[in-house]
Design a protein around this ligand. Structure first.
Ligand code: HPA
Length: 278
């Protein structure tokens, strides 16, 4: 379970670097390929993870290591540019540090994004998926070892249905195809065998990736509302298994990241209004 003191120290340091009166309502985690959003913030500033005491750094080349703060479509955001992963040998505590720091800085909702392989044979590589639910197949939890009074967190409705409806409406307005499905979170780093892919599909997953589920569990435990999107970087089908190169996944994520950026720009004001109208 998270060292609350470390989170508070990081949050205090981060808050001190934010402009006076800046009060972020949403935390956004940018997965592979989505860095462009952080570059387009108004009044944006960047705070390197290396400047935050004990904040875990990611060694993954496709991930930057910094928070960004600023206005996106007029909405004040804190952005995590890059995350660390279990497959880097990181603990669930380290994987979830960013979410906990953003919550300590006052965000009320989390938007998580990731790159994922499509398990639903009807989904196209290059498409976007709204995460309707998840399966945590990592074998780990960020709540392990925490206060027994609170760790048995309810997970019956993890992904906020009102936010999801706003996302679907925004996609429709833009004429952007948005799949909806169950995200399977695995620890990785190896990609799946054909037998594993068949099994994951059989038990109800529509897309698969190596992030998000632990951060979302931590966010719900903290009471944040959650919305999540997958960029479908490749098709992952057991019976026509084609080798997948990580370089191709990163390239597709970068190309399709632009669609997700458009969607988020359209959607952000509606989400902000939805948060206020609670
Ligand atoms: N499997 C696991 N993780 C992934 C994939 C995949 O096919 N694509 C992107 N991340």
């Amino acid at each position: 379970m998270q060292n609350a003191e470390k989170v508070q120290i990081c949050a205090r340091t981060l808050k001190n670097k934010l402009p006076d009166g800046f009060s972020p309502s949403f935390g956004l985690i940018l997965g592979t390929g989505l860095g462009g959003i952080a570059d387009s913030l108004q009044e944006g500033l960047s705070i390197s993870y290396a400047d935050l005491p004990e904040f875990p750094l990611s060694g993954v080349l496709s991930h930057e290591g910094a928070f960004a703060a600023g206005y996106f479509a007029g909405v004040p955001l804190l952005i995590q540019k890059g995350r660390c992963h279990l497959y880097e040998g990181r603990t669930p505590e380290e994987v979830c540090m960013g979410v906990r720091v953003m919550a300590a800085c006052g965000v009320k909702a989390l938007i998580a994004t990731n790159a994922a392989g499509a398990l639903d044979p009807l989904f196209k590589a290059g498409g976007l998926m709204l995460v309707a639910d998840h399966i945590n197949m990592t074998g780990q939890s960020p709540l392990t070892g925490g206060d027994p009074g609170s760790i048995f967190a309810d997970m019956s409705r993890v992904y906020d249905e009102a936010f999801a409806a706003l996302a679907e409406a925004a996609a429709l307005r833009l004429g952007l195809r948005l799949e909806k499905g169950v995200y399977m979170g695995i620890a990785g780093p190896q990609l799946e065998t054909g037998a594993e892919t068949r099994f994951y599909r059989m038990i109800g997953a529509d897309a698969i990736g190596m992030s998000t589920v632990l951060e979302v569990i931590a966010a719900r435990h903290l009471g944040l509302r959650v919305l999540a999107f997958s960029i479908l970087t490749n098709k992952n089908l057991p019976d026509s298994a084609a080798p997948v190169a990580i370089e191709d996944i990163v390239q597709t994520a970068e190309e399709c990241g632009r669609d997700l950026e458009r969607l988020l720009r359209e959607l952000m004001p509606d989400l902000a209004a939805g948060l206020e109208g609670e």
